[in-house]
Design a protein around this ligand. Structure first.
Ligand code: AMP
Ligand code: ZN
Length: 465
């Protein structure tokens, strides 16, 4: 598989540290509010990365943190008159509701900053001992200019970074480029004991501490949105490499922005829709499908049209699947015909095209294209009187690919399906008994439920209109 590595700005062949295993760290949300659709992009795309590695036989360890101590959480807690812990708990719960709705698998570990204080403090101490950090008035800062290669990930000239650096009111830094590893407690803020007095960690240090704890000193892949390249990931590199004396990350993957009217969707600009709002309007799975329709590095525009298109495309996948479900029950009994066997043999071609797309830096846009080519081929192959065997083979193969992308998980055959099928059976029985009044009554009742009936060679099929 080739991965575009932000560090080298090139597509590189992926080679794991331990053969057959992949260690992935993704920066997770700061839990002070509902997530917006932009935040869902890395969640979904790196979930697909993980699923693809698993499909290719790798053992994946996937870590995604929760930033549960931060200025925004403290502000929110003060606004609502509750503790920071309560704010974090609440929005971690809401995060999981959205993540599960979007079909995002839970990480192997979801560590929280507040549960890793010991690791964070030890790391800060190591950086002080090695001369990369200094305590100053209860704060601790990282001596940025001491780290050789600072700026290597974001590829920005040091002078530009220096020109943008500031010392904020209350900070006691040696140099504007330095950043806080530990912040002295202010009244009314959550605080932990440390060698530098009561305080709390800066944002960047938690990811260095947690990736080291759960994945080791060098990890295979580190992911996040492209806005995290600087300063967050640049600072993670400075911290981890200075403390451990070895390379931190082999491959850096950053997703492009989800835009709205060609501007990054963000909380601070106020141009956002929460995932919850978008899911109410279009369904969670439509959001997932919409994200997959673009390669993760390209910009993607959120609009009513693109979401409606995604919904229609997803409907096409579901009707193909429903048709196969029906034919698995009602197809011809007996061995597959020669022609059917040829259809099944041709699946390998689709699989290799699908794998090629995913191997090319996770090109889900092309992979989704292959999936639709497959669906077209399947729809043609099962016209007429297919055997159950063919229907089952088609459904099995289609599911193999949709599972990698994490699609077709939401609309399960539900109570409605069972009810409709029972009504159709009752109507057939009434017709057989020549009770046409009853048969018509059932047909009308189904009509009122927006169910359309179709006679096919395999029996009566139905769909919701
Ligand atoms: P934040 O809560 O802002 O730290 O964001 C959590 C994750 O969502 C990070 O990986 C961000 O890079 C990512 N993210 C935020 N906004 C967008 C956006 N508009 N498009 C894509 N990714 C985003
Ligand atoms: Zn991080």
């Amino acid at each position: 598989m080739k991965i575009f590595n932000t560090m080298t700005r090139q597509k590189e062949e992926f080679a794991p540290i331990v053969p057959g295993e992949v260690k992935i760290y993704t920066c997770g949300p700061t839990v002070y509010n509902f997530i917006h659709v932009g935040n869902a992009r890395p969640m979904i795309m790196f979930d697909v990365l993980r699923r693809y590695f698993e499909y290719r036989g790798y053992k994946v360890t996937y870590v995604q943190n929760f930033t549960d101590v931060d200025d925004k959480i403290i502000r929110r807690a003060n606004e609502e008159g509750i503790s920071s812990t309560e704010v974090a708990e609440k929005y971690i719960g809401e995060y999981f509701t959205d993540a599960h709705g979007l079909g995002v698998h839970d990480a192997s570990v979801h560590p929280r900053a507040t549960e890793n204080m010991e690791q964070i403090i030890t790391l800060v101490q190591t950086l002080i001992e090695k001369g990369y950090a200094y305590a100053s008035g209860g704060d601790v800062y990282y001596r940025t200019m001491k780290f050789e290669g600072y700026g290597k990930l974001s590829h920005q000239p040091l002078e530009d970074l220096q020109a943008g650096a500031r010392i904020a009111v209350g900070e006691q830094k040696e140099d504007p480029m330095d950043f806080a590893l530990w912040k002295a407690a202010k009244p009314g803020e959550p605080a932990w004991p440390s060698p530098w007095g009561m305080g709390r960690p800066g944002w960047h240090i938690e990811c260095s501490a947690m990736s080291n704890r759960y994945l080791g000193k060098t990890i295979d892949i580190h992911c996040g949105g492209m806005d995290l390249q600087f300063p967050h990931h640049e600072n993670e590199i400075a911290q981890s490499e200075a403390a451990n004396g070895c390379k931190f990350v082999n491959y850096w993957m950053h997703n492009g922005f989800l835009n709205i009217d060609n501007q990054k969707m963000s909380k601070s600009l106020g141009n956002f829709f929460t995932v919850r709002e978008a899911a109410d309007a279009y369904g969670y799975e439509t959001i997932r499908f919409f994200m997959l329709s673009a390669q993760y590095r390209s910009p993607l525009n959120y609009s009513r049209e693109s979401l409606t298109q995604a919904q229609a495309a997803l409907d096409r996948l579901y009707s193909a699947k429903d048709n196969l479900d029906f034919l698995c029950k009602n197809g011809e009994i007996g061995d597959m015909t020669d022609e059917e066997q040829q259809t099944v043999a041709a699946f390998d071609g689709f699989r290799s095209r699908f794998d090629d797309a995913m191997d090319d830096d996770l090109n889900t846009a092309d992979a989704v294209g292959v999936l639709f080519d497959l669906v077209r081929a399947i729809n043609t192959a099962v016209e007429g009187k297919p055997t159950k065997g063919l229907a089952e083979a088609c459904r099995g193969f289609m599911t193999e690919l949709t599972d990698v992308l994490g699609l077709l998980y939401a609309r399960k055959k539900d109570d409605l399906g069972e009810k409709v099928e029972a009504m159709i059976a009752a109507r057939q029985a009434a017709r057989k008994a020549k009770n046409f009044a009853e048969a018509d009554r059932i047909r009308d009742e189904l009509k009122d439920m927006n169910i359309e009936l179709m006679d096919t060679p395999q029996g009566v099929k139905w769909k919701k209109i």
